[in-house]
Design a protein around this ligand. Sequence first.
Ligand code: FES
Length: 333
Amino acid sequence: MFFGQSDTEMKSTQNRLIAQVQRVRMLSPNVNEYELALSDGGLPEPYAAGAHIDVFLPQHGARQYSLIRPWRQGAPLVIAVQRERNGRGGSGWIHEHLRTGAVVEIGQPRNLFALTPGSARRILIAGGIGLTPLLCMAQELLDRGDPFELVVCARDESRLIYAGELLNAPLANHVRFVLDNGKPEHGLDARALLAAAAPGTQVYCCGPNSLMDAVRAAGSHGANLDLHFEAFGAMSNAPVKADVNQAPFEVACRLSDITVQVQPDKSILDALVDAGVEVDHSCKEGWCGTCLTRWSEGTPIHRDTCLSEEDRGRYVAVCTARCGDGGRLVLDI
Ligand code: FES
């Protein structure tokens, strides 16, 4: 899955790894799969299904792609990249330049979309390239022997990726296809699907905003469901980046001993970058997770769409977070 794209070139080298493309495989006319092996002795940290990596591209900044295969010691990291015809060039650059043997900088795996523990039934709903994190989840659930259903939505068979895997054992018994052939009225009936789900069912959805909006709306009716979403692009309810009605506040960077004033019309991220503090970032809208930074003092006002309530106790998305009027926020950076 493609998460986002930056309008600035990344300058930070924190936590970056050097990877070499081991294999490129065409999954559909506009989707390629890439196997990335770490070089220079780097090791990916173990990750759970739902994780993604940043891929740092020359002139295009960071892009985020879900990891398709569960973590295995020594195994390559596998991502799939859909060429975005109306994008700003990052996916096109990858399709044109990432050939077997090419070297690229990546970040350590990060997870904002992990499976919640428990024995509840799970429904995974994928739209298009949004299948990638859910395919990893499906493999993890198969390994555990946990029950689940994977609903795969696509326009038609020619747009399906990993069709062979989905149509054969052991996945086939868990998969349901919804092909609308370009007619939205033949698409997923999210309300019917979720109305039939038992209370407490965990629902994981990744795909276009239209699909996620439909699942979100359907999930808000009826049974008490546990809904999880992975942004495919900016969320339709993405927060604004700054609030001109707020007073300035102070952000102190504990490790670099730099303190900045954040004006109402600026984000913390912009104030940090202006002061020369290196912070990786990408979407600048609070959904990709690239700019997540640990905080240790203060009362952040979270306005991202990527952090769980638990993670908000440790991290802020500095592209969208604020601090109470006149307050002071201390970051571990
Ligand atoms: S840059 Fe994407 S969440 Fe901050």
